[in-house]
Design a protein around this ligand. Sequence first.
Ligand SMILES: NC(=O)c1ccc[n+]([C@@H]2O[C@H](COP(=O)([O-])OP(=O)(O)OC[C@H]3O[C@@H](n4cnc5c(N)ncnc54)[C@H](O)[C@@H]3O)[C@@H](O)[C@H]2O)c1
Length: 254
Amino acid sequence: MRSYTGKTVVVTGAAQGIGRAIADRFAADGAFVVVGDLRDPGDLGANQRWVHLDVTSEESATSFATECGDSVAALINNAGIMFEASITEQTVEQWDMAMAVNLRGPWLMTRALLDLLVADGGGAVVNIGSIEGIATNPLHTAYGASKGGVHGLTTAMAVDLGPMGVRCNAVAPGWIDTALNRGYVDRLPNRDQAVAELAQLHPVGHIGDPADVGAAVAFLASDDARFVSGQVVVVDGARMSKLSLPPSLAPDAD
Ligand SMILES: NC(=O)c1ccc[n+]([C@@H]2O[C@H](COP(=O)([O-])OP(=O)(O)OC[C@H]3O[C@@H](n4cnc5c(N)ncnc54)[C@H](O)[C@@H]3O)[C@@H](O)[C@H]2O)c1
C-alpha cells in the first residue's frame, strides 16, 4: 500500500460515522488528515485537524482549500445527507439540498482541490456513493438520484482528470452500522428480529462496519490501485448480488 507519511488527505463529512472511520484509517496509515465538516468533532487525533466546511458552497470549498497545504494525496468526498419522503410530500428545497450536498459537493470539492491533487503528482479522488445509486429503498427519490449522479460523476471525472494524473473512483457502501442506521433499528418494537433479518439479507452473514468502507477507500486511494480509475466498488457483503425470492420459494423456508 502507498505510504501516507508526509502526505495530506482530505475527508469531507468526517466528524462522525463512515467519514470518521475513513479519516482514522488514513491517520493510522501515516497521513495528515484534514477533516472538513460543518461541525467540529472535538476529539480528533494528533495528525488530524478540523477545518469548517460546507460542501454545498463554492466560497467555503475555495477557502477550505487554502487550509490544506501545498499538495493533497487523496480527496475523499464522503459528506452526504438522506431523508425519507414520498415524491408528492418532499419539497423542492429538500430535493435541492440533497443534490447540493451529495452531488454538487463532490464536484465543487474536486474543483477546489484539483491543483493540490495535481501537485501531489498522483492524487486520487474517492467519492462515497451508495448501493442506492444502483437500486433504492422506498421514499428515496432524491437520495437515489443524487447517489446515481455521484456514480456518473465518478466516471466523468476519471475521464477528464486522468490526463492530469488524478484517478477517480467511488465506493458504494451497503448497510453500514452507523448512528443513523442504528437509530432506525433501535426504535423498532421488534428490534432483535430486525437485526437478525438484516444479517440474513447479507450472504456474508452480517452488516458492514464503517472501517470496512475505510479499508476499501484506502485501497482505491493507494498506489496499489494505480490502474484502477472510473470504477464504482460495491462494499455490501454481497447483498446486491442476492436476488430476492418469495418466502415460500426460499431454500431455507420451513
Ligand atoms: N450509513 C450507511 O449505511 C451508508 C450507506 C451507503 C452510503 N452512505 C454514505 O456514506 C456517507 C457517510 O454516511 P454516514 O452514515 O456516516 O452519515 P452521517 O450522517 O453519520 O455523517 C455525515 C457527515 O456529513 C456532514 N455533513 C452533512 N452536510 C454537510 C455539508 N453540507 N458540508 C460538510 N459536511 C456535511 C455531517 O455533519 C456528518 O458529520 C454519506 O455520503 C452517505 O450517503 C452511508
